[in-house]
Write a protein that binds this ligand. Structure first.
Ligand SMILES: Nc1nc2c(c(=O)[nH]1)N[C@H]1C(S)=C(S)[C@@H](COP(=O)(O)OP(=O)(O)OC[C@H]3O[C@@H](n4cnc5c(=O)[nH]c(N)nc54)[C@H](O)[C@@H]3O)O[C@H]1N2
Ligand SMILES: Nc1nc2c(c(=O)[nH]1)N[C@H]1C(S)=C(S)[C@@H](COP(=O)(O)OP(=O)(O)OC[C@H]3O[C@@H](n4cnc5c(=O)[nH]c(N)nc54)[C@H](O)[C@@H]3O)O[C@H]1N2
Ligand code: SF4
Ligand SMILES: [Mo]
Length: 722
């Protein structure tokens, strides 16, 4: 069997890999044993340059997990067991339920929830399916939990939202990178090559994270703020830039609008006031600003730590303001960038699975956008619904009066990954009908009335848009197992049963051609991109409005995508986390990821080398805090917030602040971090506050002898001060 060049199924780095035969390259370490397809890294892909992380190396094992779904499953009624059935019965039943509920309650009675791991073709087709096969406005996706704050902030500042401002290899030539709220050494390990290359050439790596992560340990400077205070930190750094004369006044005058109002606001962010809010010493802030400003070829990068807040858009805006004041965006080899998360986190938010969106990053309430897309779809613009609910609002409306009564889920596992997950479970159970398409029985699929077994990445083709904005080919290496269909085949079959207007191809290349036409003239214009070009050129950067157009690796060099071509400053003020610590819940909880697990864990918890490396849920805490609470390393701990209680293993480390604990969200059941998280939403992006809420911790077992004479000591920890 010959090698098939493709990309990893997991994160947005979209590392290049070959699937197939041939010996592994000498020296390659591959954990695990005997996947059906041999994975070898590709050296010709700039993002990974021959590297892969442990998840990538073992990705092929998910193709043959013992509990892989290979037949549709259906319940005769709620409460009855899931039982195998034929495709015809499953699809007929779904179509019949959709019709029944639509006829009785209107088209918004049926909802769709998508994912940022879906190919561009699927994301596009799912959005089209919702709007013209179901006629529903009720569609959103898990990217709302991921990139939405950065997307809204960059849209506001630059007029366009596209991950990194240029090719990833540009990073190596930077003077400095300020990475705020990203643990790339664990979340996209080969990314560190680019950082290391920069450091070797004399560039400085500055990391802002409440934890001294693997990433922070490689930093030249680590700022360790209280969660939820990045906005104050950014305003404080801009204040210092002004007092030290580091603002690029010429650039500000030539390429931006609105700096005066920002100048006024940051005036009151005195260094020692900011130190009090953030806990970051003033000399560290000063050094960070100096490093960033020294050569005007620097990057401000954000990831989820800075973005997953109920004020996430403003958090990112404050950091963009800093980047703009230093004159970084719109210059080659510098700028602001957001690190996209999921495999197709970027493309998945461009082609219409978002509640307010049509393909090509168009607004669904824009009459010109509606007319263009309706013409491509062969329908009257008047039949297109308006904007629907955002992800968490959609999930919380399920089964309520006036909310959707049926949900079709493609590519997400919200029982584990949505905030306040226990309440989301209740909403899912209140539905009249739940459909999940997945290749394994995820915790959410296990609650469905019909489960549809779908093909995996190596069994289908399509395109993915990586964190650089580069559109890549995913190639089919093996056929799907018997009984399994692709998402595109499922969508086409359902559209047929619902008598949907227009063409419903299940061929990725044909769907991509339609996507190109639908995106033409939009912000995310893919019309000049073809499968052949991607293959020949190793990927094409959007926007790419014609076959002759070279693509756009660095979009803002001449002008920003705003109407007047200038970037926009927006003044923003610090207000802190929605839920602050108090006597009852005295410790901050933040959440995130570990290297060996991916997202809700539906895939990676089924791969032996990965579960060996990261077997169970835990809470990371400082030994001093643990001591005060009578918690031993490795002991079971009850972590309680106003939403619920989780039970997990304590892991002590002095790499975290005294006032903060950290839980990864990859595990199901009683160790779920999302039993605790606060679903407070950002007013603009509708991003939940995943990264900070208030909790109380107590040992599960009887307190140790030293605590017994202090009644209540373990219940009401008083020493956990801010
Ligand atoms: N191994 C692995 N890799 C992944 C994923 C995975 O699940 N597992 N998921 C992929 C996806 S979808 C995404 S979105 C990316 C996410 O990639 P990252 O954003 O790098 O991952 P997180 O662990 O969510 O958060 C990063 C850091 O933010 C810090 N943090 C928490 N609160 C704050 C805060 O208030 N301010 C600051 N400055 N930092 C804070 C945390 O301590 C954490 O170290 O990873 C992608 N890659
Ligand atoms: N507490 C806390 N919660 C978080 C976060 C956090 O930092 N903290 N991060 C949030 C972020 S950034 C994200 S992106 C979300 C992610 O969380 P989820 O949306 O739950 O993402 P996954 O676990 O990737 O779920 C994907 C599901 O779809 C299946 N799947 C994968 N590919 C396909 C496909 O092509 N087709 C179909 N039909 N199914 C497929 C997988 O088997 C899996 O069951 O979690 C969010 N939740
Ligand atoms: S860094 Fe991301 S894309 Fe690369 S191998 Fe790991 S999971 Fe896959
Ligand atoms: Mo994400």
């Amino acid at each position: 069997m010959t090698d098939t060049p493709t990309h990893c199924p997991y994160c947005a780095l979209q590392c290049g890999m070959n699937l197939g035969g041939g010996p592994a390259p000498a020296g390659a370490v591959r954990p695990g044993s005997g996947p059906p397809l041999r994975v070898t890294p590709r050296a010709d892909v700039p993002a990974n340059q021959g590297g892969l992380c442990q998840k990538g190396w073992t990705s092929a094992e998910v193709l043959t997990v013992p509990d892989r779904l290979t037949t549709p499953l259906m319940r005769a009624r709620r409460g009855a067991p899931l039982e195998p059935c034929t495709w015809d019965r499953a699809l007929d039943r779904i179509a019949a339920e959709a019709r029944r509920l639509r006829d009785a309650h209107g088209p918004d009675a049926v909802a769709v929830f998508g994912g940022g791991g879906l190919t561009n073709e699927k994301a596009y087709q799912l959005g089209k399916f919702a709007r013209i096969a179901l006629g529903t406005s009720q569609i959103d996706y898990n990217g709302r939990f991921c990139m939405s704050s950065a997307a809204a902030a960059t849209g506001r500042a630059f007029g366009m939202d596209r991950g990194l401002p240029g090719p990833i290899t540009d990073l190596a030539a930077a003077d400095a990178i300020l990475l705020v709220g990203g643990n790339v050494a664990e979340t996209m390990p080969p990314f560190m090559r680019h950082v290391t290359a920069m450091q070797r050439a004399g560039g400085a790596f500055v990391v802002v994270d409440p934890r001294r992560t693997a990433t922070a340990r490689q930093a030249d400077l680590h700022l360790q703020p209280t969660p939820g205070t990045d906005l104050a930190l950014a305003n404080g750094m801009l204040h210092l830039a002004l007092t030290e004369g580091l603002v690029d006044e010429e650039y500000v005058a030539a390429r931006t609008n609105g700096f005066a109002a920002v100048r006024t606001v940051v005036n009151s962010y005195w260094p020692d006031r900011v130190e009090r809010i953030t806990g970051v010493p003033v000399p560290h802030m000063r050094e960070a600003v100096r490093l960033l400003a020294r050569g005007r070829r620097s990057y401000v990068l954000t990831a989820r730590g800075a973005e997953q807040h109920a004020r996430g858009v403003d958090m990112v805006t404050a950091l963009i303001n800093l980047a703009l004041a230093l004159g970084l965006p719109g210059r080659e080899g510098s700028g602001y960038g957001c690190l996209t998360g999921q495999g197709n986190g970027q493309g998945g938010r461009e082609h219409g699975q978002k509640a307010d969106q049509l393909p090509g990053y168009r607004k669904i309430d824009d009459p010109a956008a509606r007319a263009h897309v309706a013409a491509v779809w062969g329908v009257d613009p008047a039949v297109l619904p308006g904007p629907g609910r955002s992800a968490y609002e959609l999930l919380s409306a399920l089964g309520t009066a006036g909310g959707p009564r049926m949900l079709l889920l493609f590519g997400s596992n919200p029982v584990v990954s949505a905030p306040r997950a226990a309440a989301v479970e209740e909403r899912l159970d209140a539905l009249e009908f739940l459909v999940a398409a997945d290749f394994v029985l995820s915790e959410t699929a296990a609650r469905a009335d019909v489960v549809l077994p779908t093909a995996q990445w190596a069994e289908e083709s399509g395109t993915m848009t990586n964190l650089e904005g580069r559109v890549l080919r995913r190639r089919r290496a093996v056929p799907p197992p018997d009984g399994v269909r692709t998402d595109l085949e499922i969508i086409a079959a359902l559209a047929g049963r619902l008598d949907a207007p227009g063409v419903w191809s299940a061929e990725p290349a044909e769907v991509f051609d339609e996507l190109r036409a639908a995106s033409a003239g939009g912000l995310a214009d893919y019309s000049g991109i073809t499968y052949e070009r991607i293959e020949r050129e190793g990927g094409v950067f959007w926007p790419c409005p014609s076959p002759e157009h070279p693509g756009t690796p660095r979009p803002f060099l001449d002008r920003f995508a705003t109407p007047d071509g200038r970037a926009r400053f927006t003044p923003v003020e610090h207000s802190g986390a929605v839920e602050d610590v108090d006597a009852d819940y005295p410790v901050y909880l933040t959440t995130g990821r570990v290297l060996a697990q991916y997202q809700s864990g539906a895939q990676t918890r089924r791969v032996r080398p990965l579960t060996d490396a990261a077997p169970e849920a835990f809470v990371e805490m400082h030994p001093d805090l643990a001591e005060r609470l009578g918690i031993d390393d490795g002991a079971d701990v009850r972590v309680a917030s106003r939403r619920g209680t989780a039970t997990v293993r304590a892991r002590l480390t002095d790499a975290i602040r005294h006032d903060t604990v950290f839980m990864p969200f990859h595990w199901a059941g009683e160790g779920r971090a999302n039993l605790l998280t606060n679903p407070a939403l950002d007013p603009v992006s509708r991003m939940p506050e995943f990264k900070v809420c208030a909790v109380r911790l107590e040992p599960v077992a009887a307190p140790r002898a030293s605590q017994i004479d202090e009644p209540g000591a373990a219940r009401e920890p008083s020493g956990a001060s801010r």
